[in-house]
Structures are given as structure tokens and as C-alpha cells.
Design a binder for this molecule. Sequence first.
Ligand code: FMN
Length: 189
Amino acid sequence: MDVFEAIQGRRSPSRFEPHPVPREMLERVLDAAMWAPSPQDMQNWHFVVLGGQEKDTFVTATQVEFTDLLLSLQNSGPWTSAQRTNWFIKAAYEAPVLVLAFSDTPASLVPDAPLAVAAAVQNLLLAAHAEGLAGRWFTAGLQTVSDIVARHIPVGEMELVGLIVLGYPAETPTPSPRREKRIDWRISF
Ligand SMILES: Cc1cc2nc3c(=O)[nH]c(=O)nc-3n(C[C@H](O)[C@H](O)[C@H](O)COP(=O)(O)O)c2cc1C
């Protein structure tokens, strides 16, 4: 698959098959993430990959806290955040792998540090697609989610940038049309 095909074919499914993902496949996907660009070549990403029993334990242990987050968003937060959280709770149960993406450098120190992690996550998603897998980022209620994660997984001073649900897609969503006029060409040919 060439890079343009991967970029245009990658989608964020809502539903995942429960089948496990081979370890070597996951290693290739995570290795692709390592090749992202970063400010001053900081390579400040750090990924925690949860699968099998470890994923199940995390999802079960955090169920109450995620449900509380969902309820608080339904009561007072933006409707879309509640929707996105509701989706995550279901997908995290279904999919075989959950990837937690951190920056080892605080944004207060290096404001563009999270951007490098985002670039690495995009690499990961493209590589996953090339392997026949799919992933979906989750950032709704990120501050609360960071607190939930920190209570269950020791991460020291690292900052959570997002969670990625990963596995074999159980659906291929129709891509939304891309917005027009997002490029201002100022080139004389
Ligand atoms: C930074 C970022 C955060 C996202 N957060 C969420 C989320 O919290 N919940 C969710 O369901 N999808 C989330 N998504 C997935 C988007 O909804 C999805 O990328 C978008 O609908 C476009 O679909 P596509 O990825 O299939 O092109 C996020 C995507 C990005 C890039």
C-alpha cells in the first residue's frame, strides 16, 4: 500500500472485532510511530500498549470512573463530548488493544511537545491501516481521563495526549467529505 492510499483509506471505525492482534503486527505499528518528526528531535512520545488480560483489567477497573465522566458530560458538558465518551466506553471493551499515548515532556516546558506525540499517533494509525487494522483516537474529557489513567497506571510526570482503541475494524465508515477551500495557493506556475 503506498502512502497516499494509506492516508486516504485510513478511517476511524466505531466498532471493532474482538480477535487478538499478533504481537509482531503490533510491534511494526508501534515502530512506525517512533519515526515521526519531533521538535529538536526530542522523540518525546511514550506509548503504553494494553492487550489481553492487562487491557481487560484496565477497562474493568476504570469502568465506574469512565461512567461517572460520561454522566457529568451528559449533565453539563458539551453533547459531543458525552457522545465521544460513550463511544469510547463501548469500543474499549470490544477492541483487543488500547494504546495510551503520553508525552514525557510537559507542554508547560515545551509547548509544541504534544504535537510530536500527535505526529507519532498519526504514523501509528497509518501503519495500522496498512496492516489491515484500524484505530480511533479518544481525547474527550482529557483532563479527567488523565486523572483516571494516573490512578491505575503509574506514569510519573508524563502527560497523556490521547488514547487509541486499536484492532480489526468491524465496519468501514464512509469518509466524511473533506472541507473545501482549506488551501490558499499562492504559487505562480
Ligand atoms: C485529536 C483527535 C481526537 C479525537 N477524539 C475523539 C474522541 O474523543 N472520540 C471519538 O469518538 N473520536 C475521536 N476522534 C476521531 C474523529 O472523530 C475522526 O477522526 C473524525 O470523525 C474523522 O473520521 P476519520 O478518522 O475516519 O477520517 C479524534 C480524532 C483526533 C484527530
